[in-house]
Design a protein around this ligand. Sequence first.
Ligand SMILES: [Ca+2]
Length: 132
Amino acid sequence: MILSISEQAVNPDKNGVLPGYISARSAQIDTTTPRFAAVVDGDCRIDECIGGTQDANSCASDLDCPDGGMCAGVGLSSSSYADDKDGDGFVDLTIHFPVQGTGISFSTTEVCVEGAFESGVEFGATDNVNVK
Ligand SMILES: [Ca+2]
């Protein structure tokens, strides 16, 4: 599983979409499943609160996060699409996902994805992100 995020600089204070791609060499990706979040202290923070007074609670929405925390984790934007970028017979995803909602901050250096293959087997991957 390869996650490759664009090296273009991203500003977490502005609405924006981060492009990249996901490639799998031995299984078809279930294209409805990938979700993205910031990596904080080495942990992929999908469905966890970031900021506020209590980091790392599990959450379903920002309302579950105390004192201004946010519930990190976003799905693909509708501009994402599946294709076999490397021609190996397995679907790759050209991805776009909204920066806001991931929990990316000016101290973030890494982003993670979690999702599943069509077999139901789950995958995860990380890549560096250029925050400025
Ligand atoms: Ca492929």
